[in-house]
Design a protein around this ligand. Structure first.
Ligand SMILES: [Zn+2]
Length: 224
């Protein structure tokens, strides 16, 4: 996971939908409000995945999933909206921009409807140094960074488990990337200079790679 900057301002249409929805569910219990949403979303046009939110997510996420950080191909069709606080338990937050993250279909499905734990959930739009929580093994596995406190490690593990960030395809892709890096002379020399075994350096390299990719995809998307 990497830091995501939500940018300025609240998507306008979403703000309208949110306040209208809150008006309609006011006085209802959580259960009633959720049932109201399920029953009326189509008829009343209560939508959070709109052109407006898609555009915003494409921009702030550079076309990537907030969790596995892979580029979402066919972004407009394939992106999904992940609710940090799930809809069933927090119906009043269904249309809140700050409760929404962009996810690939797989990460979204992996979480399913698992409840939100405020003591453990790492929100990449709120935690400035979120990348420090994770480190990568040469095997392609993502693991909590060794240098963290036990509490922080618990949070990292919670996110890895919740979104199944060690699923087979991701491990294979990361390992392939590590192998490519290892064959890169310049990179190899850099590692040698800075202690080959240092997991943190490997992480930094991986991050730099993702950063570069991110810039590339940004250019692709926006033609900058
Ligand atoms: Zn994903």
């Amino acid at each position: 996971m990497v830091k995501i900057d939500r940018g300025k301002g609240y998507p306008k249409m979403l703000a309208k939908t949110s306040s209208e929805f809150k008006r309609r569910i006011s006085g209802m219990t959580t259960k009633e409000a959720y049932e109201f949403y399920v029953k009326n979303k189509k008829r009343e046009g209560f939508k959070y995945k709109t052109d407006e939110t898609r555009r915003r997510f494409k921009k702030i996420n550079y076309g990537r999933c907030s969790f596995c950080t892979k580029i979402i191909s066919e972004f407009d069709d394939e992106m999904t909206v992940e609710h940090i606080k799930i809809k069933r338990d927090y119906p009043s937050k269904i249309f809140e921009w700050t409760n929404m993250l962009c996810a690939c279909r797989t990460c979204n499905n992996k979480r399913g409807t698992r409840a939100f734990d405020s003591a453990k959930y790492l929100d990449p739009t709120k935690i400035e140094d979120i990348d420090k929580y994770f480190s990568y093994r040469l095997s392609g596995e993502i693991v909590p960074n060794d240098r963290l406190s036990d509490e922080e490690k618990g949070k990292a593990q919670y996110m890895i488990d919740m979104y199944k960030l060690n699923r087979r395809t991701l491990i294979n892709e990361r390992r392939k990337f590590m192998e490519d890096l290892m064959q890169d002379e310049a990179f190899y020399n850099l590692l040698k200079k800075k202690e080959y075994e240092n997991a943190h350096i490997i992480f930094l390299s991986l991050f730099t790679y993702y950063k570069k990719q991110r810039t590339a995809s940004y250019n692709q998307i926006f033609g900058a």
